[in-house]
Design a binder for this molecule. Sequence first.
Ligand code: FA5
Length: 342
Amino acid sequence: MKEKLNKLRDEFLEQLAQAKDSDYLHELELKYLSRKGELSQIMRSLKDLSLDLRQEIGELANNVKLELQSKFAEMSQTINNYSNKSGKIDITLPGGRIPQGHLNPITLVQQEMEDIFISLGFKILDGPELESDYYNFTALNIPPTHPARDMQDTFYVDLKNKDGQYDLLMRTQTSPVQIRAMQKYGAPLRALIPGRCFRSEATDARHEHTFYQVEGLLIDKNINFSNLKSLLEIVGQKLFGQNTKLRMRPKFFPFVEPGNNGEYTCFLCQGQGCRVCKYTGWLEIVGAGLVHPAVLKAGGLNPDIYSGLAFGFGLNRLAMLKYNINDVRLFNNGDLKFLEQF
Ligand code: FA5
């Protein structure tokens, strides 16, 4: 009797697993679970057993009955969920909407910059975010005791390098990739280097601890300041429109000589003065200059033969200006309501 019950249980479960519609389920119910079904027949024959056996097999039969009824109910529910009254799937019902992702405004501006520079013959390069003190500072003409290090405090990493020194840090700028690019590709060279940077900042609406820059580097013979100015003029016009003008004002960066800040006419007020440009008519957007001979040497190039220009845009600031975003901290906060606007 035990074997019979177990065999019936296995058969039922095997057939239940193949159920696809309610007609099939109904047949299964009649065959196994109805009053005239196989399980009821076994239950009825219990009366012919001895008292001891009747108790033992009776308990087993009850358990099997409960299990089969519960599995049957589960399957009926599943099939009902997928079927309409006629037992067919209604393919005309509207489907669930899958939400579409959005590109972060920083990615949008980065892609725009990459398109501009690829059209000018630049290659797009990448570099490590975990950088050595040498590449981030020393090779860029900022030796350990130089006061310019104070302008870019960062996060130092508690790991020793292969010489047993603690010199690893999160890069403060994309400029170290200038050195890596010169060492790898030599000259002539045209490279655009977008990437994430880190500074130990007291954050506010314009300063983040984690932000993006895009670096540009052009190395060749006889590169001069006019080349830098005309290149930045072209980029400004492509980014903000044909009437955009550029002005350059001196600024000290140890890795360029001369160094300057590039400012474009405010594209919101066309240079008339507004809240965004703080009523000056100009927007300060890019640091730039001619590559310092010490930096060319660190990159393995001879400064008597080659010269170069370099510049660095803040991508977060560019995106803020372009999309009228008033707080840099919005980029990193993961709020979908912010991202869905772009
Ligand atoms: C530099 O980082 C230089 N490496 C740029 C450069 C490259 C100059 C090549 C000359 C030649 P600076 O510290 O000014 O410069 O930063 C460049 C831009 O990064 C800033 O104009 C700003 O837009 C952005 N930036 C800097 N710090 C932050 C910050 N904490 N949060 C958001 N953006 C920042």
